[in-house]
Every structure is written in C-alpha cells, then in structure tokens.
Design a protein around this ligand. Structure first.
Ligand SMILES: [Zn+2]
Length: 963
C-alpha cells in the first residue's frame, strides 16, 4: 500500500504543473450555481484544490480493489473486511448494454457529452427535486461519483464537493468514457454486501453479469442511489419474520432470513421509463421489462467462508465501527457499511490475539461444559420440569424424506371439511398483532434436538409453515383451523403418511439443518483500566460467520447482580462490611415466606461480607429493601447496565429483580463484565470498546474511539466491595475460580450467580489485571447439570492461562482504608467475651476511615448455666452444676414459634430460658438420670426447641451449585 502510494505521488508530480485554468473556470461556474446561498467563497475553492491530494487516474484498478483491514492490539492483521460476496472486476465488454444504459439513464443522462461536470445535470436535478419536493436525482455525474468512491470520504463538506469535481475533471482528461463507466460499475455499492455489478449480479440473481436482462439491469442500476431502500432483499432476524407479511426468499441461514422487499419497484420503473424516453429501449422492450416478476427471479448468491479465529470478536468490531461512523461522523447506515466494506479503512481493534486464542481453545473442548439434565418421555422427547415437551426428538418430528409429520392424534377434519390442528402439540399457533388487533396467525414448528456423535445435545430451531394467512383461523379452543379452500387449492400441501399421519414437505416448513450444541456459553475478558475488550466468545459454535453472539444478549444474572445492585450502594451509603443482618425467615408483601436461600435453612446473624461470601438471599433482600429499588437501579445504570425494565406489570421494579437478579430481560455478559470492571477500576466505569481508532487508507485518523467514563463510587467503596468479593473466592461460593491456593499471589474477587431452576450459571470476577465474565446456559429454558461452580471453574481455566507469567500483584488499597478487629455477630468492637465464642467470631475487617465501629459487642453475653439442663441457672440450682457460658442475644429477638418453628443455624447459641428443674416450686429435685450430661462448654440445643431443626450447623457445600 505504501509502495503504491509512493509510486502514485511520483507519477503525478510531472502532470501537476499543467495548466488547469479552463477547468477552473468551469469549476467556478459550477460552484456558483451549486452553492449559491451557502456563502462559499471563490478564493476558498482554489485553496481547496491546492490542498487536494494528487491522484493517479491510471491506477484506478488498484484503488478499486481496496478492502478495509482489522488489526489486533499489536498491529497484526486479524481480518481483511470483505463483503459476503467476492468482488470481481469485469471488462466493459462483459457488461450488457442494457445495464450500461440503465446506469447512464438514472444517474447521468449527459454522461457521454460532459467533461466530468454537467451543468445541465445540476439544473435538471434541481428542477426534478423541486417538483418531487425531495431528492430523487443527484446532481453528481458518474465521473464525480467515481471520484468520490475512489478517492474521497463521505464527508458532506463543501471542500469535498469541490475536490470531487476537480478529480472528476482529471479523470475525464485521462480516461475514455468506456473506462470511466467500467470503473464506476466495478466500484459502486449495490447493497447486499455487493460492490461492483458482477458481485451484484451474483448477490441478487446468482448469475454472471453478462446474463442480466433488461428488467434485472434496471433493478440493479436503481439500487446504488440508496441500497438500504432499493435493494429487493431484506435480511431479517428469524423472530422478526412474519410469513403472512414477508415473502421468504432464503431461509437457509441459522439466524437470518432473507425476504422480499418491494420498495425497489418505483425506482426500477423510473429507470425503464427514462431509458424509453432517451430512446435506449423500445416501447415493447419497456412493456416486457415492466411485467417481469422479479420476485421469482431473485436467488441470493452464496456466502464466503471464513478462516482463522471465530467471527465473534470481529463481528463485534464491525458492528461497533458502523455505529461509531453513524454517530460520530453522521453517516447513514448504508454509508457507514460502504466505508467499512469498500473504502480501505484501517481499524485498530482492542483484541489481544493471544487471549482470544486461549479463550477459543477452551471453548472448543466440550469437557469444559456441563451436560443437560434431560428428562425424556417414552418417545425420547426432552421434557421440562413440569413434564411438558421442551424439545422434540428430531426423528419424531421429521421423517427420512425430510417431511414434517403430523400424527393422527394431532388433527381432525371438521364437519365442513376444514382441517383442525390441535394446539399444544408439534406446532405453535401464535397470534400476530398489528395495532393491538390480531392480524394473522403464525404457524411454526417446535424446536427439536439431535445427539452429536459425542452424545451432546444439538438444538434445531423450528420455523414457520407456509400457509397463506387468509386460510387460517382459530376455533373456540384456540386450535388452528385450515380452511377447506386451501386444501382444495393446494391438495399436495398435506400428503398422507403411514398410520394416518399428515406430511408436509421440506419446502413448506422451516427447521434448521445445523444443530446448535447445548448448553451454550459466552465469555468476555476486558482490561478494565481502559475499557478495552481483550477477548470475546459468544457461543460454543465458533466456526463460520455472523454467529449468534450470546455475549451481547441479556440473560438473567441471578445472584451475580448482588454486588452491583445491593452491596455497592449499601457500602456507598454508610453500611460497612461488618454490619450484621439476621438471616432468618423473611416474608414478602403477601406474607409468603420469601426469599428462599440456596442452602437449606438460615444462617442467623451474618455480616455483609458473609452475605456476599455465601450469597445469602435473605441478606440481599433485606438490605435491598432498606436501600430501596430506585437506589439499586441508579447504581446499575451508573455501571452501564442498559437492560433494566422500568415499565409495565413485569418490570424490574421489585426486589426479586433488583436484589436477586430475576430480571425481565436480564443483563448481557458484556455489560455485566464491564459493570464489575468499574469496581475493579477503583469505582470508575469505562464503557467497553472493541476498537481504538480508524484510519483511512493513507493512515489519516478519521475516528478515535475515546473512552466513555463514569464515576460510580469512590475508590474506598470499590475497595471494600472488592475485598468482600475476594472472600467469595478465598472461602465462599466461588472457590473454584482461585488462581492460587491462598488467593493471594494474583488474587481474584468475584461473584457466582445461578438463576432459579439452574437455567443460567454465572461467574464474573477480576484480578488486579483483568475482569472476565462467564455465562453458561441453554438457548431454551432447561436445567443445567451443575451450577455456578462450573462457571467459576471455566473462568479459572481461561484466566489461569491469561495470567501466566504475570508478576504477583494485589488490589490497590486506598490510603483512607483502615483495618479494625471486630466481632462478626454484633459488627462492633470485640470484648473479652467476644473471643470466647467457639466459632471464632472475631476478625479483622476493612473500613473506610470514620465508618469503623466505636461501640463494643453487645450481642455476646456471659451468663450462668445449669449444666444439667443447659438452661440459665436459678438461685435454686446446685452450685456444682452451675458454670459461666457465652451466649448470643439477638438485637431483634427471634422466636421460632412465630415462624412455623423454623430455627436458624445459630439459634443454639441463643440465651436459653430459666432452669425449670430447680425453681421455687420444686426446689432441690434430683436430676433426671436418663438425661445425658451435656458436653462441657459447647451449648446444646435447648430441649424446648430441638424438635425442629434436625440438621447440624450447616456448612455450605460449595459444589452444590445453586448460589
Ligand atoms: Zn437448675
């Protein structure tokens, strides 16, 4: 490229001195006509021309073949951005005359007469546009457009217009009309990722450009003005396809469906009309072309195969680049795409190729992922928890002739001869609404599964069945009625199979051929210091292009939301890690026992640190209630979460969503990872980015991707929350994520998350270097065999390799953080008796200076006990049986009797009642010999209460998942 460029400059130097005064004259006139009212000054025009980069029009072919390039952080080329269809420049003789004329007709009628700029064209365009009250014709000649396509950006500046005209004059001076037209037809963008007429012929009709007839040529010529509007093909996501509204052209892709878009028609007819008016075609040819059914001719061309790493990251880069060009440089989407695909941009991505490869390697190994818990019915269909069919076994749905089977019991004919398909079987009948009214019924095949040779579950997406909408209705029971007329009209649609089944042939229904392995997963790794995405994988299928990217699609975060929505706001609002909340039965507004913990029962008095460490739901809910839903939302937003549902009956304005992560939409792995990054980055959120800058083909920076930053909390708050999450990994639910035994060489802070029924399993964690987020789940709501422990394990597998060779480093401790010894049952300073709690309840805790406790432990009490009854001693108890013991006295008393007899784990340490053996009444009665002597010093369950909790003090089991 640089070589080319040097040559270019050398070659043009000689010509530079030529006298262009005639052209300048013409140019001046053009400028005056074109820009009256804009105030452009003549002197400026010459200044612009002088500043214009010299071009070498004889090198047009090399400029034509310019791709954009994406580089990694080190500057290594990771992808040459090509459109889906390879561009193939063609010779003038290969281009049919109809097509050449069609372009001239619609774009530049005076092409053969002008010398690069057409004053007549400007006047006519102005007139036509005035008549139509909108832009229907451009004033630029084909030569000007070619100049723009080849040498200029899309900036809508006057200087650009002037330089464009100047280049056009140069092109005309050195090239023949044939050469110019050929170059133009090879360079123009025709939508559908097609640059040049050959690519367009392939993209729309799967034929060689020389085979295009008049109607097809007129269509293609009409597209280039506005490909988004005038392309006859539109690519939709599968869920957006409505078979009643859309004519499906191609349904072979996993995610996208190509449908017919009629809006090109007026434009195509206009092209034909001008051709007729200009005597390029006869009336007969005109009439014939008008009546060609383009819809039947359309046949989208094949896609290109990719190589090397998966497309997840580069797809993300391309998406972000298009967005940035639109937002920062004010381009339309089509202009931005044209720049990306055709203008030789250099895009510097944030990807760390080494990390990306590590990540993809781990994702290729199915041993790193759990299996499904798959309950099946007798026929082998996969069942949901409530016994309904979640995924049909593929062979049960589709026979060896690829026909869809509707078995005998799933349909009947009514008395009028209509076909009734029963609801709740192999087909879904979904009403299609328009302005609140049912406008049609979408009939679609349910999803199915096959097993891979390695016994992995592969999910196949079912899609629409093509029955025109006028023949479909519901009966009173929401079954689907297919009208008799349709059966008579298309007798071949349903054929008879064995056992009285009905069969539908392959062209009339959709089912993806390629199964997608389940469960699925996504992972993002970011450098939180800069917001740069270092590696990203959006699924376990990493071959091919345009993959479904689960890293940017929201899923329920479960407990992974707690540090963001509950604990960060709590610490920021005066709570401390040492504050104590009682994990005891709690109730929702309707009086229902809620929430459940993921472990059995309740832990009792727990600090906020323990709340995070053990992912205690009751604590999250109680604290969330006190800080308030709106506070949670405010912090989530500050951390870049954009998917909070704040409206309607199913909004996230409740504790189930904000404290426990049961959100309506959920949070994407990318957003969740970036949100944790803000805690890692001393409280400053940086919006994730996939590229750093874009330059043009000559290395001039045209866009710098500056970081969006947002202060969430001060560094001290971020540090405390980080340290709490360190406990999760050191000795809590996330131990599998540890990079070293003590979690101290390169410590990890993070949080697990599992949603109800084990549908989603998360681990998001960070080190002093990077933040990473892992999601595992199924594309359908199906239970996983193991929970977040596996996500933590997967995180560690990847991150251990990512951190290989990095020097030990700890999280930075702000100066304003102090360490204080506290008692964890009271959250206050320990007393002598605090130390006597057999559980060892004194520890060192971090505080933001000023928030440390000043009062002393008032939960632990030392009282005299009758060791024969384990109750408080009365004056009547024999002194030999009496000894001093340590108990806890809850600040808010808890009475199991008020809670259905439920006893929290620490209730055995509660102050017991008074001895009822030795009292004033039965003073001196001898101990019951059957009562065993209690174990000294460790209090035993009180007889009055021990009938309720049969479990020993529960030690949470780390591998059991749900947390
Ligand atoms: Zn006693």
């Amino acid at each position: 490229m640089t070589e080319n460029h040097e040559q270019k400059s050398r070659n043009t130097k000689k010509k530079k001195k030529r006298n262009y005064s005639i052209f300048r004259m013409i140019l001046l006139i053009v400028i005056l006509i074109g820009f009256i009212g804009t105030g452009a000054l003549g002197g400026l025009v010459f200044a612009f021309i002088k500043s214009a980069k010299p071009i070498d029009v004889t090198k047009i072919d090399s400029v034509l073949s310019e791709n954009s390039f994406i580089f990694d952080k080190e500057g290594n080329l990771i992808e040459k951005v090509e459109s889906d269809i390879l561009r193939t420049p063609v010779e003038y003789s290969q281009i049919p005359e109809h097509l050449r004329n069609a372009i001239i007709a619609i774009e530049d009628r005076d092409f053969k007469k002008h010398n690069g700029i057409s004053i007549k064209g400007i006047i006519r365009a102005t007139w036509e546009n005035l008549k139509a009250r909108g832009p229907v014709q451009g004033a630029s000649t084909i030569t000007q457009q070619l100049a723009k396509n080849l040498y200029l950006s899309n900036e809508k500046k006057i200087s650009r217009k002037i330089i464009e005209a100047y280049y056009a004059l140069q092109i005309e001076k050195h090239l023949s009309k044939e050469q110019i037209l050929t170059a133009y037809l090879n360079a123009a963008y025709f939508g559908a990722g097609a640059q040049g007429v050959q690519a367009a012929a392939q993209a729309y009709f799967s034929k060689d450009v020389s085979q295009l007839d008049l109607a097809e040529s007129a269509l293609i010529a009409g597209i280039t003005k506005n490909p988004a509007k005038f392309s006859p093909l539109k690519t939709l996501r599968k869920e957006d396809v409505d078979p009643n509204k859309h004519f499906i052209i191609d349904d072979s892709d996993e995610i996208y469906t190509i449908v017919y878009d009629e809006r090109y028609k007026d434009r195509q007819h206009l092209v034909l009309k001008i051709m007729k008016d200009e005597k390029m075609i006869t009336e007969e040819e005109y009439q014939e072309a008008l009546h060609v059914d383009i819809k039947e001719r359309l046949k989208p061309g094949g896609k290109q195969v990719s190589s090397g790493i998966s497309s997840y990251f580069v797809d993300q880069v391309k998406r972000d680049v298009i967005q940035a060009l639109m937002k920062e440089l004010d381009k339309t989407e089509e202009e931005a795409k044209d720049m990306l695909y055709n203008q030789g941009l250099r895009i510097y991505s944030t990807m760390d190729l080494k990390m990306q490869k590590i990540l993809e390697k781990v994702y290729e190994d199915s041993r790193n992922f759990p299996n499904l818990i798959a309950k099946k019915d007798g026929a082998g269909n996969l069942l949901s928890k409530n016994g309904s069919i979640l995924l049909y076994k593929y062979d049960n749905l589709i026979n060896s002739n690829e026909q869809l089977i509707i078995p005998k019991g799933d349909y009947q004919y009514d008395t009028e001869g209509n076909l009734v398909l029963f609801k709740g079987r192999r087909l879904n009948f979904d009403p299609l609404y328009e302005n609140g009214e049912v406008k049609g019924i979408q009939v679609a095949v349910r999803d199915a599964y096959t097993l891979s040779p390695d016994k992995e579950y592969l999910m196949h997406k079912g899609g629409p069945i093509k029955i025109p909408s006028q023949y479909k209705s519901y009966d009173g029971k929401n079954n689907l009625v297919i009208h008799k007329e349709f059966l008579e009209h298309s007798p071949e649609f349903f054929s008879k199979g064995s056992n009285d089944s009905l069969l539908i042939s392959k062209e009339n229904y959709y089912m993806s051929d390629k199964g997608v392995v389940q469960p699925q997963s996504a992972m993002v790794i970011m450098d939180y210091h800069t917001g740069e995405i270092k590696a990203l994988v959006g699924g376990r299928d990493i071959k091919g292009k345009k993959l479904y990217n689960r890293a940017i699609n929201p899923r329920q975060p479960g407990s992974a939301i707690k540090p963001l929505s509950v604990y960060t706001p709590a610490i920021d609002n005066g709570w401390t890690a040492a504050d104590v909340v009682d994990d005891v039965p709690n109730y929702d507004q309707s009086g229902r026992l809620w929430p459940k913990n993921w472990y059995k029962g309740y832990h009792g008095l727990s600090t906020l640190r323990e709340g995070v460490q053990w992912s205690i739901n009751v604590l999250a809910v109680k604290i969330g209630e006190q800080i308030g839903i709106n506070t949670s939302i405010e912090y989530l937003k500050k951390m870049g979460i954009t998917t909070i549902d704040e409206k309607g009956g199913t909004s996230d304005l409740n504790l189930a969503a904000m404290a426990l992560g049961g959100m309506t939409k959920g949070i994407s792995p990318l957003e969740l990872t970036a949100a944790y990054g803000s805690l890692a980055n001393n409280g400053v959120y940086i919006r994730p980015k996939s590229f750093v800058k874009i330059t043009d083909r000559d290395g001039n920076v045209i866009l710098e991707n500056t970081s969006f930053k947002n202060l969430v909390v001060k560094p001290e708050v971020a540090f405390i929350v980080t340290d709490m999450m360190k406990s999760v990994v050191s000795a809590g639910t996330g131990q599998k994520a540890k990079l070293d035994r003590e979690n101290s060489v390169i410590p990890v802070a993070g949080k697990t998350g599992t949603t109800s029924d084990n549908y989603d399993a998360w681990f998001v964690g960070y080190t002093p270097y990077y933040v990473g987020g892992v999601w595992i789940g199924n594309d359908v709501q199906m239970e996983l065999a193991s929970g977040s422990a596996l996500s933590a394990q997967l995180w560690k597998t990847v991150m251990a390799k990512v951190h290989e060779g990095l020097p030990p480093r700890d999280f930075e401790k702000p100066e304003n953080i102090i360490s204080v010894k506290i008692d964890t049952k009271s959250g206050k300073l320990p007393t002598e008796i605090s130390y006597q709690d057999p559980r060892g309840t004194v520890r060192t805790e971090y505080f933001i200076r000023g928030t440390e406790p000043k009062e002393y432990d008032d939960v632990h009490v030392e009282l005299e006990v009758d060791t024969s009854t384990n109750k408080l001693a009365t004056p009547y108890c024999p002194p030999t049986l009496v000894e001093k013991r340590i108990f806890i006295k809850r600040p808010i008393p808890y009475n199991p009797g008020d809670h259905g007899g439920i006893v929290p784990d620490d209730y055995i340490y509660e102050v017991p009642g008074m001895c009822d053996v030795h009292n004033a009444e039965n003073n001196g009665i001898i101990i019951d010999p059957l009562q065993p002597l209690p174990f000294p010093t460790v209090p035993k369950k009180n007889e009055n209460n021990n009938n309720l909790s049969e479990d020993p003090i529960e030690t949470p089991v780390i591998d059991s998942g749900s947390n």
